[in-house]
Design a binder for this molecule. Structure first.
Ligand code: ADP
Length: 447
């Protein structure tokens, strides 16, 4: 059993982990940069330690700073949250070498899944259906052009090290290939220090469907159904729901079992998400995330489980606290991501919060590190809160979302709240008839 856990993150996800620790009777250590001295996660934790200046490379992204904080505070384990060091295999290897428990999978699993080509090869071998495309990396433009013709345009060139929507370029036709190939390579090199790319069929109107899995690291695993995260802007999710509005129970069981079996086979430990594109009744694997996702609360809502508590228990060596049969879906949940951004450009809008009021009532959850008078620093990402609603069915969840959004007050900075008010007027959103391109097209329309 852990007595003390260090949270290597900030913002709402740091609060999420502190809350789980408190319920489990475990002391929490918050780390923070100098810019975050007044942040909510620092106020809420049992212990705090400053790990560096505002720049995340010298604080939240610094393995040495975090490891030292662990030594100084005597924390036995680290929860990485999402982003920052959560999928950094070298960091996890370092912790393994120092006998500090990483609350997540092994460095080896992170390494394999962090390289998209290796991840795809591994998943294919485990029987997971993948997007048709190149066998591994594509070394040069001639090969790319030959493969483009074979696979059939449009295709997408993707950096094997890519993430956060970066390092991906669509080639609509053969004429486009040179530009797409060179740009994806250059972006991969610049952002991730790796210019290896691969090619996939570019699906025209898929939905983004991801399966939540959980493994005990000893060959047992379950799945917790799907989340539909098709409403995206620049490949970034903005609205997520579970269950998916168009996925049938039969499809859920089929793909869920494939995913659970695959991660059980590799002795995967902890939470993970296997992402698919879904088109015409078929699932196509795109990548696996070896961490807790931003949108995990919608899964927690419909299954009535605490995924962070489960992550901590598995890291302590306990078996999973639920079996596949225990996991029954109850109702429908939706999450919207509230960002401090100015519409319509979505440019960051840091600054002082002059008034904050969180909605409440039946079926409403808000995960946010905001408070009255808080100053959002300009150095980090612009997510300032997640509003999650749960209802007996999708219709009830939607009306609850409408109601809760109207109660939510965030004054002093611009936010994406008006975007959701507008989306809830759209028949396609109300009907669930959207795909991964819907939001971009809608945003491009004249107001
Ligand atoms: P990242 O790691 O940057 O998030 P992903 O591989 O998960 O990249 O892809 C992110 C998004 O890009 C997907 O949700 C989807 O919208 C789009 N995308 C990725 N691959 C394809 C493809 N083969 N066809 C169509 N869209 C794709």
């Amino acid at each position: 059993m852990f007595d003390k856990i260090l949270i290597a993150n900030r913002g709402e996800i740091a609060l999420r982990v502190i809350r789980a620790c408190r319920e489990m009777g475990i002391a929490s250590v918050a780390v923070h940069s100098t810019a975050d001295a007044d942040a909510m996660h620092v106020r809420m934790a049992d212990e705090t330690i400053c790990i560096g200046p505002a720049s995340s490379t010298e604080s939240y992204l610094s393995p040495l700073a975090i490891l030292s904080a662990c030594e100084v505070t005597g924390a036995q384990a680290i929860h990485p949250g999402y982003g920052f060091l959560s999928e950094n295999a070298r960091f996890v290897q370092m912790l393994e070498d120092h006998a500090i428990t990483f609350i997540g999978p092994t460095a080896e699993h992170i390494r394999v899944m962090g390289d998209k080509i290796t991840a795809k090869d591994t998943m294919k071998a485990l029987g997971v259906p993948c997007v048709p495309g190149s066998e591994g990396g594509v070394p040069d433009l001639e090969t790319a052009q030959r493969l483009g013709a074979e696979i059939g345009y449009p295709v997408i060139v993707k950096a094997t090290a890519g993430g956060g929507g970066r390092g991906m370029k669509v080639a609509e036709t053969a004429q486009d290939m040179e530009r797409a190939f060179q740009t994806a390579r250059a972006e991969g090199k610049a952002a991730f220090g790796n210019d290896e790319v691969y090619i996939e069929k570019y699906l025209q109107k898929p939905r983004h469907i991801e399966i939540q899995i959980f493994g005990d690291g000893k060959g047992n695993a379950v799945h917790l159904g799907e989340r539909d995260c098709s409403l995206q802007r620049r490949h970034q999710k903005v609205f997520e729901e579970a269950p998916g509005p168009v996925i049938t129970e039969e499809e859920r069981q089929r793909i869920g079992e494939i995913c659970a079996r695959a991660v059980a086979e590799i002795n995967y430990a902890g939470a993970g998400t296997i992402e698919f594109l879904y088109e015409d009744g078929e699932f196509y694997f795109i990548e696996m995330n070896t961490r807790l996702q931003v949108e995990h609360p919608v899964t927690e809502a419909i299954f009535g489980v605490d995924l962070v508590r489960e992550q901590i228990r598995v890291a302590e060596g306990y078996p999973l606290s639920f079996s596949q049969e225990d996991l029954q879906i109850n109702g429908h949940a939706i999450e919207v991501r509230i960002n401090a951004e100015k519409l319509p450009s979505f440019s960051p809008s840091p600054g002082r919060i002059t008034q904050y009021h969180a909605p409440g009532g039946l079926g409403v959850r808000i995960d946010s590190a905001l408070y009255d008078g808080y100053v959002i620093p300009p150095y980090y990402d612009s997510l300032i809160g997640k509003l999650i609603v749960h209802g007996r069915d999708r219709t009830e969840a939607l009306s609850r979302l409408n109601r809760a959004l109207a109660e939510l007050i965030v004054d002093g900075v611009d936010t994406t709240i008006p975007l959701f008010h507008a989306l809830l007027q759209e028949p396609d959103v109300l009907g669930g008839t959207y795909n991964i391109h819907w939001l971009e097209k809608w945003l491009a329309k004249d107001p």
